[in-house]
Design a protein. Structure first.
Length: 468
């Protein structure tokens, strides 16, 4: 059965972020056919068990086949699976919106639903642009300010504010104009700081920069761009505290606060993309809580349903919402929507997800797990081919380098990150790299024993592959 499925997959399927010529050649490993999931594990069709070290692409929070979420979806399924949200409403969507407004940063009062992280960001971008053109006379705000190394999704709008050339450069002719400020994870941060989560060694952003000898250049460049172009910029868009798809690049303490202060000075809107960081991943419910940031838009997806169903939410302030109110014939309506907007099954799963957070006191249990993860990661820090190790909560990036002293990276042809992850499968760990950065983002339900086992497997496989 397995061989048949793999053969037909190779004949008919096109996989995302996958070089298909390698896939059909079983490079760097034979495809795995997943059949089921239970708790923090997934199982292939041969019955082999794998610890889900990346939460099935950063979405699973409380484990697979969770009883609470299963029950809520089943109850909703007995009523209705889907109804349009255009001109109609339903209980799960209304209840979820109310709950989201309660737990997100103060000032966010309105919830607009969609299907995934890319669309959540796309909606925020379009709302920001339309808001200015409906509230500011002769508005010229048609651009955005983002960060280098940013990743906000794969739709044209979200790609327009992305800053990873590998993913985005080929599409530049299709995209609208975006200004890019330097990533706070600069050259000095990468090559002069060792250990993990370099930010914890400094009390604030400026102290960190003095240690690095760069004098806060990334913030200065940010303000320079905003000062010159703020009348053209509709919004600043960023991933708070950590740039996930760039390789888990953490931000120094105080950086986010500085950015927020500067954008307020120039009266610019702020879009916080918490698609990856939301719902406990960083140790807090939302990463904006680290520095008490109150954005104009908050984009949520991935973990919102506990890893069960496609659902996303873009939250906006009342100020933004009121910019779209008017007479029918003024056409100030936000003309945007999706067929499966506010899908009742997805909303039911999301409500169950939040119920688990409350009743199981998930956030209170995280500090111990995060501390245990930090302790275990120290075992990797002295390895010859491990460069910087970055951690925020249960989000981890382990950088692999060819030469630690001279800071020489492995080449793309060596596929080192992919080979390490493929080797981990042999020992029952399912993870996925970002180039030569090994990513760990396990379910919040992971145990300390499973954390230790996961990092022991990673260590063993790094040693084996890097020796070759």
């Amino acid at each position: 059965m397995k061989n048949n499925l793999i053969k037909e997959d190779k004949k008919y399927v096109w996989h995302p972020f996958t070089q298909m010529s390698d896939w059909v050649k079983d490079e760097p490993s034979t495809p795995v056919v997943i059949e089921k999931g239970r708790g923090n594990y997934i199982y292939d069709v041969n019955g082999k068990k794998y610890l889900d070290g990346v939460s099935s692409l950063w979405v699973t929070l409380h484990g697979h086949a969770n009883r609470v979420i299963n029950r809520r979806i089943s109850q909703q399924l007995s009523k209705i699976a889907h109804s349009t949200f255009l001109g109609l409403t339903h209980g799960p969507a209304v209840k979820l919106a109310k709950e989201l407004v309660k737990i997100t940063p103060q000032g966010l009062t309105r919830v607009f639903y969609s299907d995934n992280g890319s669309t959540a960001v796309e909606i925020a971008l379009k709302m920001a642009y339309q808001y200015w053109h409906q509230t500011e006379k002769k508005s010229k705000r048609d651009r955005f300010l983002s960060l280098k190394n940013a990743y906000h999704g794969d739709t044209i709008g979200s790609v327009s504010v992305g800053g990873i050339d590998l993913f985005h450069s080929i599409f530049r002719p299709l995209l609208y104009k975006t200004y890019y400020a330097p990533s706070p994870y600069c050259y000095r941060c990468r090559f002069r700081v060792r250990g993990y989560d370099f930010g914890v060694h400094s009390k604030n952003f400026l102290e960190h920069c003095r240690r690095m000898g760069c004098k806060g250049q990334c913030v200065k460049e940010f303000e320079k761009i905003l000062k010159k172009y703020h009348k053209r910029i509709a919004a600043v868009v960023l991933e708070p505290m950590i740039q996930g798809a760039a390789g888990m690049l953490t931000m120094p303490p105080g950086y986010l606060k500085e950015i927020d202060s500067i954008r307020r000075k120039y009266k610019t809107l702020l879009i916080c993309d918490e698609v990856a960081t939301g719902f406990g991943r960083t140790g807090k419910m939302f990463a904006t809580e680290f520095e008490n940031i109150k954005p104009d838009f908050l984009c949520l997806a991935k973990g919102i349903t506990g890893g069960y169903l496609p659902l996303a939410a873009t939250l906006a302030t009342e100020k933004i919402y009121r910019g779209f109110l008017g007479k029918y014939e003024e056409f100030k309506t936000f003309f945007h929507g999706h067929t499966y907007t506010a899908n009742p099954l997805g909303c039911a799963a999301a409500l169950a997800n939040l119920e688990i957070f409350r009743k199981s006191k998930v956030l209170k249990k995280l500090p111990e797990k995060i501390g245990h993860m930090s302790k275990e990661l120290k075992k990797l820090a002295q390895m010859e081919c491990v460069g910087n190790i970055r951690q925020l909560g249960l989000m981890v990036g382990i950088e692999l380098v060819k030469d630690k002293k001279k800071i020489v990276d492995f080449s793309a042809q060596q596929k080192t990150g992919a080979r390490v992850c493929a080797e981990c499968r042999k020992y029952g760990l399912m993870i996925r790299p970002l180039s030569n950065v090994i990513v760990l983002m396990p379910p919040l339900s992971i145990t300390n024993h499973e954390i230790s086992r996961m990092i022991a497997i990673v260590r063993k496989c790094i040693l084996k592959i890097c020796k070759k």
